[in-house]
Design a protein around this ligand. Structure first.
Ligand code: FES
Ligand SMILES: [Fe+2]
Length: 343
């Protein structure tokens, strides 16, 4: 489901330049570019009104975009403002334009009514601009419905199994000495869903222990906040009497189509910011590898199975409190928002 009148992350700010690029966002094929003179972001339907050539194959001229096929020119509002060898252009010659803004290092697109644009609905991520913290931006393409990817991120319990040898911890295993029991709570407030999961005196997996800078057991706390349409912030705190580190994970899922999505991760640490381990490059390499090979491989396999088995209903466990609370909130929004369809 696509929520009406919400912002969707479409690209990292660094990706968008005066070289037009094509993107499929919420089922809509779009061209994005940065106006050459003003630097303003432009998002248009990726088609020329003349004979449907992709505008992403064209060229930015000033603040406008020129179709490569026969030179028709569209402005940032999607209006055709020039047809070669023609004195005037009818106002009806145009394509749809989408409001686009840059904030927190990302490009956000408004999917909904142009007269309801509200920048306060972009989630707050002030840590991405804090000089005492360092943020790494990573974009993934996932061959699965965005909600499967979101559910993976709302379900922290998989860390102790899927990521047992990388950045998880050792808790919850049957017939092992590592039987730390999670304390878990989830609640809704002001349209958002919050979760709190704590593991006490838990042994960390090697990668997490290296971040925490300790070999001793820690208290590992996950504070989760979900806001619509698919914004998840997880503040991970690992602490013991030797050290304390905090990592903000911002996970933003944007539907591409029904069975694929864009996943933007911003990983912000408050330790080793200027020197030591991990560097930004360490973070980029580790997160790209682990999420790509462990999480995304799993989510894409789930997607294939859902198709093969005719989409059977899930059976939530006690650890799924946050997932269940978010699904409940999404069902409420479906009525309130009169959700738009992705296809
Ligand atoms: S198709 Fe774009 S100018 Fe002809
Ligand atoms: Fe994971």
């Amino acid at each position: 489901m696509i929520h009406a009148n919400r912002w969707y992350a479409a690209a990292t700010a660094a990706e968008i330049s005066t070289q037009p690029t094509e993107h499929v966002i919420c089922g809509r094929p779009l061209v994005l570019y940065r106006a050459a003179s003003s630097g303003k972001l432009v998002a248009l339907e990726n088609r020329c009104p003349h004979r449907q050539a992709p505008l992403s194959m064209g060229t930015v001229v000033g603040d406008d975009i020129m179709c490569i096929y026969h030179g028709w020119v569209m402005n940032g509002a999607g209006q055709c403002v020039h047809v070669p060898h023609q004195d005037s252009v009818a106002p009806s010659v145009r394509v749809d334009a989408y409001p686009a803004v840059q904030k927190w290092g990302l490009v956000w697109l408004w999917i909904g009514d142009a007269d309801k644009v509200d920048e306060t609905l972009i989630p707050d991520m002030p840590w991405t601009e804090d000089a005492n913290q360092s943020s790494v931006f990573i974009r993934f393409h996932v061959g699965a419905n965005y909600q499967l990817m979101a559910d993976n991120l709302l379900d922290v319990s998989h860390s102790d199994f899927l990521h047992a040898s990388t950045f998880g911890s050792h808790a919850g295993r049957k017939a092992e000495t590592e039987h730390v029991k999670a304390e878990l709570d989830a609640w809704s407030e002001d349209g958002a869903v919050y979760g709190l999961r704590t593991l006490r005196d838990v042994v960390l997996s090697p990668m997490a222990a290296a971040w925490a800078g300790t070999d001793k057991p820690v208290t590992r706390t996950h504070k989760t906040c979900w806001t619509p349409p698919n914004n998840i912030n997880i503040e991970l705190i690992m602490e013991n009497d030797e050290n304390k580190v905090t990592i903000h994970h911002d996970h933003l899922m944007t539907p591409e189509n029904e069975t694929s999505c864009h996943y933007f991760l911003i990983w912000t640490r408050d330790f080793s910011v200027h020197s030591g381990y991990p560097t930004d490059e360490d973070v980029r390499r580790e997160q790209s590898t682990v999420i790509g090979t462990e999480d995304i491989s799993m989510v894409e396999a789930q997607q294939r199975n859902k198709i093969q088995f005719g989409d059977p209903a899930d059976i939530p466990g006690a650890a799924d409190k946050i997932v269940v609370a978010v699904h409940k909130r999404i069902a409420e929004l479906q009525n309130e928002d009169q959700g738009l369809s992705a296809t």
